[in-house]
Structure formats: structure tokens, C-alpha cells
Design a protein around this ligand. Structure first.
Ligand code: DX5
Ligand code: ZN
Length: 225
């Protein structure tokens, strides 16, 4: 089943609870939280205290996308704050296997993220450990960037490898997901669809989320409410 994961990066931070609840009413089923440290990516956002506040206003899975150096240092605090899924960048982890184990040991679902310039083949050995693989379809750091088209091939590749190896990880895509691109990523095989600007950018998250999930379900051949 395809799911929409509203990314709060483009939400109005002064009204996060209302914004999340509106996106949830529109059909968002995962809350995507972009954690940035100003080192791994050229932007700073939020961390465990914001996750703890979000935990009080939503029951949906909180999907933390860590764009930080030394992600291991923040795993215990994220677990304590109530995060459910944690994804770490292949490019940020010196010991990726250890980081994924650490996430699992803290009772959260581990995931790995690859930047646009990173090949899927590098992940083969750790794929059995992950709940999902996140394919970045923009260079991480900012919302509202243009979708990078060669990400589609990576999504297809990950789905082919999953079938070949008999695994069950999900494929998430993040960056530039909008009415113009959502059908293509679903047709390529992605089933967790992150969208920030397309949901929150114009101040109408409920309507935007409803439209996007409807388009995604149609592209997946699922019936839509
Ligand atoms: C970018 C973040 C994304 C971002 C996507 O580094 O990882 O989650 O919010 O934004 P849009 O959907 O606007 O491209
Ligand atoms: Zn993200």
C-alpha cells in the first residue's frame, strides 16, 4: 500500500500541531521529520525536543530522517522522544551496520538513505537489516527543490533487488514529490512518498495531501476513498 509522509520542513513551525493534523486529515499516514545539523547538510532544523512535542499531538509513525554527522550520538534521545523510524545516510555513517543495529536495539525501525550520487549496489549487504531504503531525489538540505529524474532508476533497481533477494524492505522517496512527479515514482515502485513543499508550501495541507495520495493510489492501482 502506498503511503504519504508529509515532511514538516515546509510547515509553519509556529503552528506545527495544526499543520500536522490537517495533513493527517488529508490522508498523510507517516510524519517525516528532517533533522539537520548544519554540517552534513547546509541547513539547521530540529531534533529530539521537537520530536517529543510532536509525539504528544499525533499517533502516526514519526519518521526521522537524520542529515547529521555522528548520528549514533542521537539515537537514544530520539528513542526517548518517541521516534518510530530512523533513517541514517550511507554517506554519514562510518560504521553503517553498527548504526542500524543501534537503532534496532533502541526499539525503532532502522532505515538507510542514499544521496543522489550514491549507488544502490553499495547497500546490498545491509538490505536485510532495514525497514526501508530512502532514495533522495534532491540533494538533501532544503525543501522545494527540483526532482532529479535518475532517482527513478534507483527505485526500480531497489525493487528488483528486493524481489531477487526475497526481502521486504519498503522504498521511500524524498525530494521534489509533487502532482507532476508522484505517479512516476509510484510506477517505479516507491511506496513511502515524502512531500514537503507540495503539501505545506501554499498553506493548504489538507487539500494538498488529499490530492497527492489520491494520485498516488491511482498510479498504484489501489482504490482511493
Ligand atoms: C530535504 C528533505 C526533505 C524535504 C523535501 O533535505 O529531506 O524531506 O522536506 O521537500 P520537498 O518535498 O519540498 O522537495
Ligand atoms: Zn527528508
Amino acid at each position: 500500500m502506498v503511503e504519504l509522509a508529509p515532511s514538516i520542513l515546509s510547515a509553519d513551525f509556529a503552528h506545527l500541531a495544526e499543520q500536522i493534523q490537517a495533513a493527517e486529515r488529508g490522508g498523510g499516514t507517516v510524519i517525516h521529520v528532517d533533522v539537520m545539523d548544519g554540517h552534513f547538510v547546509p541547513n539547521i532544523t530540529m531534533g529530539p525536543p521537537v520530536v517529543a512535542s510532536l509525539r504528544k499531538v499525533t499517533k502516526l509513525p514519526i519518521d526521522c530522517h537524520l542529515m547529521i554527522e555522528n548520528p549514533d550520538e542521537f539515537i537514544p534521545a530520539l528513542a526517548e522522544a518517541g521516534a518510530n523510524w530512523v533513517s541514517v545516510h550511507y554517506e554519514a555513517c562510518r560504521h553503517l551496520h553498527r548504526s542500524l543495529e543501534l537503532i534496532e536495539q533502541h526499539g525503532m525501525k532502522p532505515a538507510v538513505v542514499i544521496n543522489p550520487a550514491t549507488r544502490v549496489n553499495l547497500l546490498i549487504d545491509i538490505l536485510p537489516m532495514v525497514h526501508h531504503v530512502l532514495v533522495m531525489s534532491v540533494n538533501p538540505g532544503f525543501g522545494g527543490q527540483e526532482f532529479i529524474r535518475f532517482s527513478l532508476e534507483k527505485i526500480r533497481h531497489l525493487c528488483a533487488v528486493r524481489a531477487e533477494l526475497g526481502l521486504e524492505y519498503r522504498v521511500e522517496v524524498d525530494g521534489g514529490i509533487a502532482p507532476e512527479t508522484i505517479a512516476q515514482v509510484v510506477e517505479a515502485g516507491a511506496d513511502l512518498l515524502v512531500a514537503g513543499n507540495a503539501i505545506f508550501g501554499d498553506g493548504h495541507p489538507e487539500e494538498n495531501a488529499r490530492r497527492l495520495i489520491h494520485m498516488a493510489r491511482a498510479a498504484a492501482g489501489e482504490c482511493s476513498k
